[in-house]
Design a protein around this ligand. Structure first.
Ligand SMILES: Cc1cc2nc3c(=O)[nH]c(=O)nc-3n(C[C@H](O)[C@H](O)[C@H](O)COP(=O)(O)OP(=O)(O)OC[C@H]3O[C@@H](n4cnc5c(N)ncnc54)[C@H](O)[C@@H]3O)c2cc1C
Length: 502
């Protein structure tokens, strides 16, 4: 395929992965990235010696020999990168009780039963679910893209999935908050709903997360998100790929129902045999392609009824060592805090002392993430109140922290806020979404069925990234990049190949 060329829009994890696999398969490849950094949402920013991480809490595939690990090896992302594994996912406290969300289901079961013996049957069912999903190979869903799976592929896939059909039927469509409502203990009713960061999270997702934490396949890559993205960028360059920064694609060019290239905002035109968009889904379909290649299903998908997740992240550089504190603790409040126009009844506080490379010695990075509506910030944008609202959020957060962490206020050296508009501006993601479609019982069927990576009546064009992998995440974004290259190889009648760096 030496003569075939490919343009990739977006240098996030999906675009970089697509680029690496394209190069492994001898496609001449150019990535156009509107910013000057790789990684898209998988990013971090440095201020006054502190590195504020904007993404990874856990990386599926961090564990050697485990699901998704081989893909990360091929992408050169995990070699020589220590993975930090936590034995507890987080703690949740109301001041009187504390739920320690142990990754080990045996430890979790004993701990939760001690908190509420009356809830033992529910707790056992939950922990059994976690135990079952320790053997679940999620990556099997992304080995070969569905449209080109052979009978043999379907057989292998079926064999891998068969043992999980019953647990999936039982847990895939149960939101954490629905499950939590079954608990007798009032604290666990609140805490279990918050276990996986959003109440609508399907229990199957949460169980898989704990299962992978337990098998040490959901670690934090030392150095954080940007260093991780840079490793993929390096791999892509080593494979001979071309990467253009500050190259903002305005239009995807089409001729006779085929994608033939792109036009940038500076009017430069680039042509190629194939185009892959690893950028925001809505912008790709309705702006870059002018909504010409859609059907009713796609229009409905992007009508705004499916859930997305947007947030405000307050990051603090603190000149004291918080490593003795739990790395992640969610406080359940008795009285709600009014922040960003909404009542917040839970505040999650995270520090990154587990990775000393992210702050100067003896100092700590602290982050607080608050769910926040995109439209609220959009209404303020362009007015002075936008800046004052940002400052007000951090001031409320700091007041809150000062009550729980004595002396923290005088140690704060730097404060930074990112709003849903920051995410949108930096990555182009619709509504400032952090992971495409939020995984809930509404979007879980899309994840299981799979979202097509092509558009109706448009040849030689593919989509990769979290808008075609509901629930998003780094491994799914990268796997989608690999899958589109598999589709291109199939269209070219060539076998797909993958290799690790030598
Ligand atoms: C706070 C937060 C926490 C997260 N935690 C985790 C976690 O713990 N584990 C996990 O696995 N995942 C996590 N995620 C989700 C994960 O980061 C995303 O699902 C994943 O990075 C999506 O990658 P992507 O390549 O599909 O999209 P993006 O990262 O959005 O990349 C798209 C790229 O396209 C570029 N682009 C857009 N439009 C254009 C254009 N017109 N021209 C040129 N370039 C363009 C953008 O600049 C961007 O670089 C988290 C995300 C956030 C925000």
């Amino acid at each position: 395929m030496a003569e075939k060329s490919l343009i990739i829009i977006g240098g996030g994890i999906a675009g970089l992965a697509a680029g690496c696999y394209a190069r492994m398969n001898d496609l001449r490849t150019t990535i156009f990235e509107m910013h000057a950094l790789p990684g898209g949402l998988c990013t971090a920013w440095e201020r006054k010696g502190y590195t504020f991480d904007g993404c990874i809490h856990y990386l599926f595939g961090s564990g050697e020999g485990q699901p998704f690990h081989q893909m990360w090896r091929e992408l050169g992302a995990v070699q020589n990168r220590p993975m930090i594994n936590h034995s507890e996912y987080q703690r949740i406290t109301d001041g009187e009780h504390t739920l320690i969300v142990y990754a080990d289901p045996d430890q979790l079961e004993v701990h939760m039963c001690a908190l509420s013996p009356a809830d033992a049957p529910l707790i056992r069912a939950f922990c059994n679910g976690v135990r079952q999903f320790t053997r679940f190979d999620m990556s099997a869903m992304y080995c070969v893209p569905r449209p080109i799976m052979t009978t043999l592929d379907w057989r292998d896939f079926g064999m891998k999935m068969l043992p999980f059909v019953l647990p999936m039927l039982r847990w895939a469509l149960v939101p954490a908050k629905t499950f939590a409502a079954r608990f007798k203990h009032p604290f666990l009713r609140r805490a279990v709903a918050q276990m996986f960061s959003w109440e609508e999270a399907p229990l199957m997702m949460g169980m898989s997360l704990l299962a992978y934490l337990h098998t040490q396949n959901a670690g934090f890559p030392q150095g954080g998100s940007l260093a991780f993205a840079r490793a993929l960028e390096q791999r892509y360059r080593d494979l001979g790929g071309e990467l253009c920064y500050n190259a903002h694609v305005e239009k995807i060019l089409t001729e006779d129902g085929r994608a033939v290239g792109v036009r940038l905002y500076d009017d430069a035109i680039y042509r190629a045999d194939y185009v892959v968009s690893a950028a925001d889904g809505r912008t790709t379909i309705f702006d870059m392609l002018g909504g010409q290649f859609v059907n009713r299903k796609l229009k409905r998908m992007y009508s705004g009824h499916l859930p997305t997740h947007s947030q405000v992240q307050v990051s603090l550089g603190v000149a004291c060592d918080l490593s003795a504190e739990p790395h992640w603790i969610t406080h359940l409040l008795t009285e709600p805090l009014l922040i960003i126009g909404e009542d917040h009844r839970e505040i999650g506080v995270k520090h990154y002392c587990f990775d000393p490379s992210l702050a100067p010695e003896g100092k700590s990075v602290v982050e607080v993430m608050l769910r926040s509506s995109y439209s609220y910030w959009q209404r303020l944008f362009g007015r002075r109140s936008y800046d004052s609202e940002q400052r007000q959020v951090s001031s409320i957060v700091i007041d809150f922290l000062a009550q729980r962490y004595p002396n923290i206020r005088q140690h704060i050296e730097f404060t930074d806020e990112a709003t849903p508009l920051s995410y949108e501006r930096f990555t182009g993601n619709w509504l400032g979404a952090t992971s495409g479609w939020l995984l809930t019982k509404e979007t879980m069927p899309l994840l299981i069925r799979g979202v097509p990576k092509t558009l109706p009546n448009l040849k030689r064009f593919y989509m990769a990234g979290h808008w075609v992998e509901p629930g998003g995440s780094l491994p799914l974004a990268a796997a989608s990049g690999k899958n589109v290259v598999q589709l291109i190889c199939h269209a070219e009648g060539k076998p797909f190949q993958a290799c690790e760096p030598t």
